[in-house]
Design a protein around this ligand. Structure first.
Ligand code: NAD
Length: 246
């Protein structure tokens, strides 16, 4: 039996990609909603909801899923701390999979970045560079934010070590700084590079997305996984079972 999906943001770039990948992934778009539609019309009959819409829509959908006990897969990025807190309250009642990037390759990039940051240590300068199409509404990307967070956790540091853009910096690069840079232009689907630079060598871990279907297949995979997951907050590392890697 196909997994019945309530898709929020169905008319957007990702919504269209998810709709066209659904059948191949063993899913059916049971309810398709966009701005002006009411997801409550479809919630009781769906197995799981997928949200690739706009940050203001996600808390409303999360509350609805919480009320009806339906798992939720969130792809939308750029939420405020208040929106994030309201969404997360629902993880006490339902499974929420929340990933800044649903591509399998990017999730492996996250894992490799964590390993590299731990092994190389603070003597390597870290620069995170991302590029997206000219229409992207938020910057830096959710994926770049996640990569920054991974490096911060590996080093045991916080936002005070992060430098966005480096505009106007004088006096050279402070030791231990983590740089984050967003480029925008053309139709780029999503490029992310993490650079570890030391005296005499540079390691670059890079991922380039060429087609939105990689996110669509990942989100549909997460949706099928979430249907049988216990309430809680999950990432793609749970869906892909990275904890099995020795
Ligand atoms: P898009 O602008 O093409 O589509 C967004 C859609 O949401 C539009 O059709 C818009 O009308 C609709 N929308 C706006 N307000 C709404 C509301 N209140 N209720 C329902 N629908 C509403 O954007 P996109 O490229 O499809 O991306 C959508 C979101 O997903 C963005 O936040 C983007 O950053 C994110 N994204 C995440 C991943 C990932 O893997 N996590 C990948 C790509 C994009």
């Amino acid at each position: 039996m196909a997994t019945k999906i309530l898709l929020n943001g169905c008319k957007g770039r990702m919504g269209v990609a998810i709709s066209s990948a659904a059948a191949e992934s063993g899913c059916e778009i049971f309810g398709a909603c966009d701005a002006g539609d009411n997801p409550a019309d479809f919630i009781s009959g769906c197995d799981v909801a997928i949200d690739f819409s706009f940050r203001e829509a996600t808390p409303v959908l999360a509350d609805l899923c919480g009320r009806y006990g339906k798992p939720l897969v969130i792809g939308t990025t750029g939420h405020t701390p208040e929106q994030r807190a309201r969404i997360l309250k629902n993880a006490e009642k339902i499974a929420i999979v929340w990933a800044g990037n649903y591509s399998v390759g990017v999730n492996l990039l996250n894992y490799l970045t964590s390993v590299a940051a731990k092994i190389l240590g603070e003597s390597y300068d870290v620069e995170i560079v991302e590029m997206h199409h000219r229409h992207k509404k938020d910057a830096p990307s959710g994926t770049a934010e996640k990569l920054k967070q991974i490096v911060c956790e590996a080093r045991g540091v916080g936002e005070e070590s992060v430098c966005y853009g480096r505009h106007g910096q004088v006096g050279g690069r402070p030791a231990g700084e983590i740089g984050v840079h967003a480029l925008r232009g053309g139709s780029v689907v999503g490029d992310h590079t993490v650079i570890f630079a030391a005296d005499g060598e540079r390691l670059e871990l890079a991922h380039k997305a060429a087609d939105r279907k990689i996110f669509a297949f990942g989100a549909l995979r997460a949706a099928k996984w979430a249907v049988s997951a216990a309430p809680g907050l999950y990432g793609m590392e749970d869906v892909l079972n990275f904890s099995q890697i020795k």
